[in-house]
Design a protein around this ligand. Structure first.
Ligand code: PXP
Length: 245
């Protein structure tokens, strides 16, 4: 199981102090140093999200990580023309299309591919022409999986947010939905990734989802990094993945 490390919240911390006023200080923490630390801990790829509102990562961060870090880069992006322009400048290995105005971590859903087929199909074609491999960040619904395959995306990232944020029977149901969606995606020839809200304690259950090749994890790793450093936080997650295989 590959581990993609999302380092957005390193930029969140930097922006908390350094967004806005020009300063003579070197803004910290450094996003490229964080990517390097994640790589040293065993990250298989680096994910960052240049949001429309630039609340954490800036385009320059993506360009710097692309230039300096010898790991595959996964750019999360809203499905818009302006973000397509950014992707064409950054030229990541992967682009994960996500919903645009995601404010609430717990209530947000995946991208509604089924109702935006034409527009998303064009984006997939444009990114593919740049040799960027596209994934769709979707809820674990059959309709969304089928639509992702229909618009020509080679990969899906299944949204594990509800799984991560529920307990009891709802949590069990959500795991079943993820398993069914992964099976369907695989049967349609899609590569299957998953992410959002995943913590160390979820790993044994997450490993029951079939055909998964990569997990994308951010917040919990950056949180743990406050106490043990990012390399160690990533190392612990990699070990948990290896032990659950
Ligand atoms: N995958 C996608 C598409 C995301 O948007 C995010 C959060 O930015 C993640 C994975 C990682 O989620 P978390 O930070 O909760 O681990």
């Amino acid at each position: 199981m590959l581990l993609g490390v999302n380092i957005d919240h390193v930029a969140t911390l930097r922006q908390a102090r350094y967004a806005g006023e020009p300063t003579a200080a070197v803004p910290e923490p450094s996003v490229t140093d964080a990517a390097r630390a994640a790589m040293q801990g065993g990250a298989d790829s680096i994910t960052l999200h240049v949001r429309e509102d630039r609340r954490h990562m800036q385009e320059e961060d993506a360009l710097a990580v692309r230039r300096e870090i010898p790991l595959p880069l996964n750019l999360e992006m809203g499905a818009t023309e302006s973000m397509l322009d950014v992707a064409c400048r950054v030229l990541p290995d992967y682009a994960c299309l996500v919903p645009e105005r995601r404010q609430e971590v717990t209530t947000e859903g995946g991208l509604d591919v089924a109702s935006r087929r034409e527009e998303l199909g064009e984006l997939v074609t444009a990114l593919t022409a740049q040799k960027v491999c596209v994934s769709m960040f979707i809820d674990p619904d059959a309709e969304q999986v089928e639509a992702s395959a229909a618009v020509g995306a080679p990969m899906v990232e299944l949204h594990t947010g509800r799984f991560a944020n529920t307990a009891g029977s709802e949590h069990g149901q959500e795991l079943k939905r993820l398993i069914a969606a992964a099976d369907l995606a695989h049967s349609l020839g899609l590569e299957v990734h998953a992410g959002h809200g995943i913590r160390l304690s979820h790993i044994p259950e997450v490993m029951r989802i079939p055909h998964l090749t990569e997990l994308n994890i951010g917040h919990t790793l950056i949180s743990r990094a406050v106490f043990v450093g990012l390399s160690q936080a990533v190392r612990e997650m990699k070990q948990a993945l290896e032990q659950s295989q």
